[in-house]
Write a protein that binds this ligand. Structure first.
Ligand code: ADP
Length: 638
């Protein structure tokens, strides 16, 4: 958790704002959640690890309020905490419990409020606003309550204004009804005191007129009059008055009544302000969204549509308002939308489906609809985010067409390569045959013998390349025939080692067979292809292994005995992880290891395709400089 130093610019700014809330939570996660929520409402949060750390924290930054976890505060009273930590701000207890016992515990310990964690963050912010206003000792309350007194009696109104000003209110007096509107607009009072009897204008009419002004519907109106008859009171209440004070009003009663109304008024204004702010924020986001957003009531009638929705469905907001949302969906898809709306058991979770929407001109277009539901005032509402997926569908179709084309081109290429390889092999075999005849039966001098040896070596390399290309083309064209049968691994391993032995000897390498003596089960594979894979790995190990080293062939059962893993390890130069990733791609040869070794770069890619076609996997583990271990798996025979 990050803690800000007391003297840092941020902490100085926070302290100056007078809104720092200190949080003492039982766990970091809960503290961070609170911190995030409160910062959204303009309350910077200081997380304090425990109650013992409060005195130091309070000495650094004076808090506007404190929030303490109920379990952390258990057994402590607010006066005791205040005495030790030296703070005078309100303290709110936060808890998971909402029962009467825990609420009573909060009250008995003297704390100012009890909040339940599951309540929305707006409630917490409202409570904090409220507590800060209640806290008369709040040294930061630089914003006194605004009161306007409308009374033609200069003396009485001045006396009341003075009493209120002494108690910290900002009191403005209006003695002439004509200037009332101007003053009201300039002062934006939180409480209005109105004399009922004024020459030329009754206070009751004036109150009714003020109530009709935008922004003044909720301002508390207190009538001040010498009349105290029940009829008068009734009239006053009917015209929108909230209270009735009889002249002369004792200053204490005046101050207490005005303060109570002013606190309520400010709290209400803060709540309304927040509501309208969040409404504006939602509207701004929704109106600029590229996706259509539509909200409906429980019966599916549209109660809101954003600009994108109006564009997509070709009608303005008024046309959409109150119309059934089902009318925006193609008839064949309406039952699906209904199912989406009524899907139970998901609370307010999001549900998504692809549907066919229809606009006002009858045009249909595919959409992806995400629906979420919410509750307000005991009713259920739905919000749908509707994304036009015409382009997405087209792109997917284009991609599919391109894939089909590429597959066809690939198949044509494979057919072409396999034909060419066949055609090449016939003359190549003739070249090799005649070169062998020349080599055997001469007569050749030294230079001619060397030339024939070159022809033979190049011809053999070319034949190898042609055979590999043919294999690859056959596999890619899906024409490779794999005929699996139960094979004895010991026989297969023996054959491959015998074939590799002469070259290993030539290279000064020792072949070690670690499968000897193991009782390996038969495997289910194509005998020819399995040998091809193992021979390729062995011949690579011999080709790329260090002279005088050892090549080790091992085997073990893997995947619970369903597969046998055969491995070939060498003490060669090894392969880095980055190189290993490309090793099984056609024509890839490592620049360092293969520089003086003949090869085509096709062997391992063919091995991969063959192993996969037989139901196994192939891979390599290696550390550069310490050799490689190539392995592959094949299914064991049932
Ligand atoms: P080729 O051996 O014909 O070049 P492969 O597909 O069998 O083709 O191998 C591809 C590349 O992988 C080789 O060129 C070589 O660089 C590298 N390689 C294969 N086996 C080993 C090994 N045991 N040790 C080091 N490098 C290897």
């Amino acid at each position: 958790m990050e803690a800000e130093a007391a003297g840092s610019p941020r902490s100085r700014a926070e302290a100056a704002s007078g809104r720092v809330v200190m949080v003492v939570e039982r766990c970091d996660e809960a503290a961070l959640t609170l911190s995030r929520q409160l910062s959204e409402f303009g309350y910077p949060v200081r997380i304090v690890p425990g109650l013992d750390d409060l005195p130091e924290a309070v000495a650094q930054v004076r808090p506007a309020a404190l929030i303490i976890d109920q379990d952390v505060a258990a057994g402590r009273s607010l006066p005791a905490l205040r005495a030790v930590a030296g703070f005078d701000c309100p303290v709110l207890v936060i808890s998971d419990r909402d029962d009467l016992d825990s609420r009573l515990a909060t009250v008995r310990a003297g704390f100012d409020a009890h909040m339940v964690r599951s309540e929305p963050a707006t409630r917490l912010a409202e409570t904090l606003d409220w507590l800060r206003q209640q806290n008369r000792a709040d040294p930061y309350r630089a914003d006194p309550y605004r009161v306007v007194i409308i009374d033609d009696d200069r003396f009485t109104s001045q006396v009341m204004a003075l009493a209120l000003q002494r108690a910290g209110f900002q009191a403005t007096v209006v003695t002439e009804a004509r200037s009332v509107l101007e003053v009201l607009r300039a002062v934006a009072p939180e409480v209005l005191l109105i004399d009922i009897h004024m020459p030329g204008c009754s206070g009751i009419d004036l109150a009714a007129a003020i109530r009709q002004m935008p922004g003044f519907q909720h301002v508390p109106l207190l009538f001040v009059t010498t009349e105290n008859s029940p009829e008068h009171r009734m009239l006053a209440v009917r015209s929108g008055g909230n209270d009735f004070l009889t002249k002369p009003v004792p200053p204490d009663l005046l101050i207490a009544t005005v303060r109570a109304r002013a606190e309520w008024s400010r709290q209400l204004n803060a709540t309304l302000g927040r509501l309208s702010e969040s409404g504006e924020r939602f509207r701004a986001v929704a109106q600029t969204a590229n996706d259509a957003i539509i909200a409906t009531d429980e019966s599916g009638r549209i109660i809101y549509s954003n600009a994108a929705a109006q564009r997509a469905f070709g009608c303005d907001g008024r046309e959409l308002l109150d119309s059934p949302v089902l009318s925006l969906v193609a008839p064949a898809h309406r039952s699906r939308l209904l199912r989406l709306l009524n899907r139970r058991g998901q609370g307010s979770g999001r549900r998504t489906a692809e549907l066919e929407a229809s606009n006002r001109c009858g045009g249909a277009f595919p959409v992806e609809v995400s629906v979420s539901s919410w509750r307000a005032g005991g009713r259920r509402y739905f919000t749908g985010i509707i994304r036009d997926i015409t382009e997405r569908r087209r792109a997917a179709e284009r991609l599919e067409d391109a894939r089909r084309l590429a597959d066809a081109a690939n198949a044509a290429k494979s057919v072409h390569i396999s034909r060419m390889a066949h055609e090449l092999r016939t003359p190549l075999n003739a070249v090799l045959g005649y070169a062998q005849l020349l080599q055997r039966h001469g007569p050749l001098d030294e230079r001619q013998r060397a030339c024939v040896a070159h022809v033979l070596s190049a011809g053999e390399h070319m034949l190898h390349l042609t055979n590999d290309a043919l294999d690859l083309a056959l596999i890619e064209a899906g024409k490779l025939r794999i005929t699996p049968s139960a094979l004895d691994v010991a026989v297969l391993v023996g054959d491959c080692l015998t074939l590799t032995e002469p070259e290993a000897v030539r290279q000064g390498l020792v072949l070690r067979n670690e499968t000897e003596g193991l009782r390996l089960p038969p495997v289910l594979a194509d005998s020819l292809r399995l040998k091809q894979v193992l021979l390729n790995l062995l011949s690579n190990a011999v080709k790329y292994g260090h002279k005088g080293g050892t090549v080790t062939l091992g085997a073990e059962l893997v995947a619970g005995g369903s597969h046998l893993c055969l491995s070939v390890a060498d003490g060669g130069p090894g392969i880095s992880p980055a190189q290993a990733a490309s090793l099984f791609q056609p024509f890839y040869r490592l620049p360092d290891t293969s520089i003086n070794v003949t090869g085509t770069g096709l062997g391992l890619s063919i091995c991969r395709l063959l192993v996969e076609a037989m139901g196994g996997e192939i891979g390599v583990s290696s550390t550069a400089g310490t050799g490689s271990r190539f392995w592959f798996t094949v299914p064991t025979a049932p």
